[in-house]
Write a protein that binds this ligand. Structure first.
Ligand code: THU
Length: 159
């Protein structure tokens, strides 16, 4: 038997330690939570994608009475960015989440389906996508999606 240890590097920051441009992206993700449609979970998630050309696209979670028909903030944002700017790699994606009361303390962990879509977005442009997970107490930054989804299924797997 051999053992395989998978390592993921995550940098942990406070809001004050971040660059102005990253802080602005987080602020846009936080602001996007105000436009979510969440009558069932009351959990507001927002995301902001900074494209290589500097454009910022935002999105949020949109729920539905038939629960699986809703969609997370990350996928709303990535699919919208790709629908509008199909030639623009995404340089950084910031995600923030709050209850009705306040933003959550720890960094928001994206769901598995969103991680898979993030990976495909990164792969289609062959450009690493930085991920910023906002939490009130600390902020996680990853230099690429692989960190969030090791041992991933991708197109090459089928070759
Ligand atoms: N949600 C997101 O939008 N992103 C995540 O990373 C986790 C979960 C949404 C889906 C649903 O509208 C609500 O949060 C509760 O699961």
């Amino acid at each position: 038997m051999k053992e395989l240890t998978l390592k993921s590097k995550v940098c942990v920051y406070s809001y004050e330690e971040l660059s102005e441009i990253d802080r602005q992206l987080i602020d846009k993700a936080k602001e996007a939570t105000n436009r979510s449609y969440v009558p069932y979970s009351h959990f507001h998630v927002g995301a902001a994608a900074r494209l290589m050309n500097g454009t910022v696209v935002t999105g949020n979670n949109q729920e539905n009475a038939a629960y699986p028909s809703g969609i997370c903030a990350e996928r709303t944002t990535l699919f919208y960015a790709n629908a509008q700017y199909p030639d623009q790699p995404i340089e950084t994606l910031a995600i923030a989440a709050r209850t009705e009361k306040d933003f959550i303390d720890s960094p928001i962990p994206p769901c598995g389906a969103c991680r898979q879509v993030m990976l495909e977005t990164e792969n289609r442009f062959k450009h690493p996508m930085r991920i910023i997970l906002y939490g009130k107490k600390e902020i996680y930054i990853m230099e690429s999606v692989g960190t969030l989804l090791p041992l991933s299924f991708k197109a090459e797997t089928m070759e």
